[in-house]
Design a protein. Structure first.
Length: 221
């Protein structure tokens, strides 16, 4: 998408406040709210122009992207978090904003998106991230993950093949998935068995009234 893409003013205005009128959103994020809000507003302001989100998504940045990403946080255990295919910073930058004491590594192969990730982290005061340009299979010598996350990157079986070399001996994966997660997990059962991983599907709620996010966890058998 070119930089000349215009965002209708009414969409830009709505993007800043679709759920913010409800004080429960600030309560949900607690101490991390200022950082998370700064990122949400930056994504709403620049995301379409940079080709990170579509124009129709501006009215639901919080619901579709920020809260959806935040839902994975309870499943992240301890240690270094590595987000594969970070793209717009979803869920990686949201996670880093919410867990400022945890090291978070953002792995992204596209240069323009790594540029965005550096920019967004700096602008939003998210200083616990490292950005690596490359695919998962290309950074295995550079990072070891205690937890791997991914959102809208690839099927479970492919993610396991790409990411297993990055996992620490006790590492796990927490993947944001859709309603077809149980079927996807079943299709990948042979890959999981060879990798020594056990999968489980979880409903991850955020705010009352919003559909729960689906999280698939993969742990050492």
């Amino acid at each position: 998408m070119s930089d000349e893409t215009e965002v209708p003013p009414e969409l830009r205005t709505l993007a800043n406040d679709p759920l913010n009128a409800d004080p429960s959103i600030e309560e949900y994020f607690g101490d991390s709210y200022a950082r998370v809000r700064a990122f949400a507003e930056l994504l709403a302001d620049q995301g379409v122009l940079r080709g990170l989100i579509g124009p129709r998504e501006l009215t639901r940045v919080w619901e579709r992207h920020i809260l959806n990403s935040a839902a994975v946080v309870p499943f992240l255990g301890k240690g270094t978090i590595v987000d594969i295919g970070s793209g717009a910073g979803l869920p990686g930058l949201v996670i880093a904003a919410m867990l400022p004491d945890r090291p978070v590594v953002l792995v992204e192969p596209m240069e323009r998106r790594t540029t965005w990730l550096f920019h967004a982290a700096e602008q939003c005061g998210i200083d616990n991230v490292t950005v690596l340009r490359g695919r998962a299979e290309e950074v295995r010598e550079s990072v070891e993950a205690d937890v791997i996350t991914a959102r809208a990157v690839a099927s479970i079986d492919k993610l396991v093949k790409w990411c297993l070399p990055l996992l620490s001996p006790t590492g796990s994966m927490a993947l944001l998935k859709g309603r077809s997660a149980p079927d996807e997990l079943d299709r990948g059962k042979y890959v999981l068995r060879r990798a020594g991983l056990t999968g489980a599907v979880h409903e991850a709620p955020t705010l009352a009234g919003l559909e729960p996010t689906t999280v698939v966890t993969l742990s050492r058998s």
